[in-house]
Write a protein that binds this ligand. Sequence first.
Ligand code: SF4
Length: 87
Amino acid sequence: MAYKVSLDSDECMSAGRCIASAPGFFVFDDDEIATIDPSGTQPDDAELLKIARTCPSGADQAVRRRPRSRHLTPHLSSRRRRRALSS
Ligand code: SF4
């Protein structure tokens, strides 16, 4: 697989899209924040990219497994997300 997941739990807004798309790999912790179950099976690259692109908070990113990692999905900082939600 060319991609791996980068999951920022501080950014997760518990929408659950990743968990609905790949149950067993993405799971909610006790605070209903998405986390990765290391014993789960990672989705293939196409699915991983699709899940990352549909994450509403930008917490879930698909990162290329190369020396120069590159985030492929846009990331909104907490401040930008709050500003967008309040307008
Ligand atoms: S789709 Fe994004 S915001 Fe929703 S639970 Fe997964 S990581 Fe969190």
